[in-house]
Design a protein around this ligand. Structure first.
Ligand SMILES: *Cc1c(COP(=O)(O)O)cnc(C)c1O
Length: 392
């Protein structure tokens, strides 16, 4: 990344003038805190004693045996407090906000998972919290709305536009432009204008740092491949980043292929997207010829986003990371398969990564190993799948 927040041709700072000074201040503050040992120690302490780090690296022997081929290891982010990797970033940014004197946090959420992680971090650190959520999403995610309220957050229901995530993002940006003196905008993935893609990546890189030292002590060598699902791209970048310089390690980002990548009903922004600006960054976007954003679809709500973090666009162009799509049906089948073979119910998002890794393992040899980021647990998805299968 260069100093204006570009990764090759991607990234940058495409925001209305009214946001420029707030983002420049955030960039300055983040740069100075990122070398502050006291801040790093405080965050590590919270990650250990509150969130549950380090997470185990589990050798999935049953799954590996069935796939035949490479050994599959699961990085167990599903075991963290609140059920996914999102807490790593929520705690990092909330602590940063507190250190730089902000008293109020805003965030937007689609499925509600990032809203819950943010409300959790704010409850812990004594920060006021307001969550923006589209009216349609509020209807679909009632229990997460209740959880956010329970944690002391105020929910702002967005009634404009399509009343979903992208409208909630617009509303949060508008609020931030007016309130940045006392407010921090806590973005949930490696998306948005500089410095968010870098800052969120740094907070999530704890996943890859731990995985690297764990695999070295278990296998005595680096893994041959890394696999993670890509929505905005934060759990994947977090796993990949500490291995980027290791040329022998192949990396695979797995996107939501939905009902098929030629069906128009998917969220495969890298596999099918084109260069464009969305939410403050130049990146790969699912859009029509006029630059209007396409409707997206995935069985996994956390992957249902029409763009991807700019660093992924860069890794795709430079070919350091390979991107693949896994369909809804393949993900649901992996959701069942991991539950039965290892007694681990994965989040539907993570099930995309499991599905791809199972195929990849089969093409590799027994001496080789793969680390899959199990980004979250599937408890949140059990009712949805049971209803889809007519079992409720
Ligand atoms: C939100 C979410 C994702 C997608 O977000 P990334 O920023 O791409 O990591 C993946 N898995 C789970 C469990 C999630 O909650």
């Amino acid at each position: 990344m260069n100093k204006n927040g570009y990764f090759g041709d991607f990234g940058g700072f495409f925001v209305p003038e009214i946001l420029v000074s707030a983002l420049k201040e955030l960039d300055r503050e983040y740069r100075s805190l990122s070398t502050d040992m006291e801040f790093a120690d405080e965050l590590s302490h919270l990650l250990e004693t509150y969130a549950g780090r380090p997470t185990p690296l589990f050798s999935a022997k049953n799954l590996s045996k069935e796939c035949g081929g490479a050994k599959i290891y699961l990085k167990r982010e599903d075991l963290l407090h609140t059920g996914s990797h999102k807490i790593n970033n929520a705690l990092g940014q909330a602590l940063l906000a507190k250190r730089i004197g902000k008293t109020r946090i805003i965030a937007e959420t689609g499925a509600g998972q990032h809203g819950v992680a943010t409300a959790t971090a704010c409850a812990l650190l004594g920060l006021r919290c307001e969550i923006f959520m589209g009216e349609v999403d509020v209807e679909r995610q009632k229990s997460n709305c209740y959880r956010m309220n329970l944690l002391g957050a105020k929910l702002n229901v967005v009634k404009g536009g399509s009343r979903t995530l992208k409208d909630a993002i617009n509303e949060a940006m508008r609020d931030y432009a007016a309130t940045s003196d006392d407010t921090h905008y806590l973005i949930g993935s490696v998306v948005g204008p500089h410095p968010y893609p870098t800052m969120v990546r740094d907070f999530q890189s704890v996943i890859g740092r731990e995985a690297r030292s764990q695999i070295l002590s278990l296998e005595g060598r680096l893994p041959d491949a890394l696999v993670a699902c890509v929505g905005g791209g934060s759990n994947s970048i977090g796993l990949f980043h500490p291995f980027v310089a290791d040329a022998s390690v192949r990396m695979f980002g797995v996107e939501a292929g939905g009902k098929g990548i030629n069906s128009g009903m998917h969220s495969a922004s890298v596999v099918k997207g084109t260069d464009g600006v969305l939410h403050g960054a130049m990146t790969l976007v699912l859009q029509d010829e006029d630059g209007q954003i396409n409707e997206t679809h995935s069985v996994a709500a956390g992957l249902d986003y029409p763009a991807v973090g700019p660093e992924h666009a860069f890794f795709s162009r430079s070919k350091r990371v390979e991107y693949r799509a896994i369909s809804d049906d393949e993900a649901v089948s992996a959701f069942h398969h991991l539950s039965e073979s290892e007694g681990i119910v994965p989040a539907l998002e993570s099930a995309h990564a499991i599905s791809f890794a199972s195929k990849l393992a089969n093409d590799m040899s027994r001496e080789q190993s793969i680390i899959v980021c199990l980004s979250g647990r599937g408890d949140k998805d059990v009712n949805q799948i049971a209803a889809m299968e007519g079992k409720l």
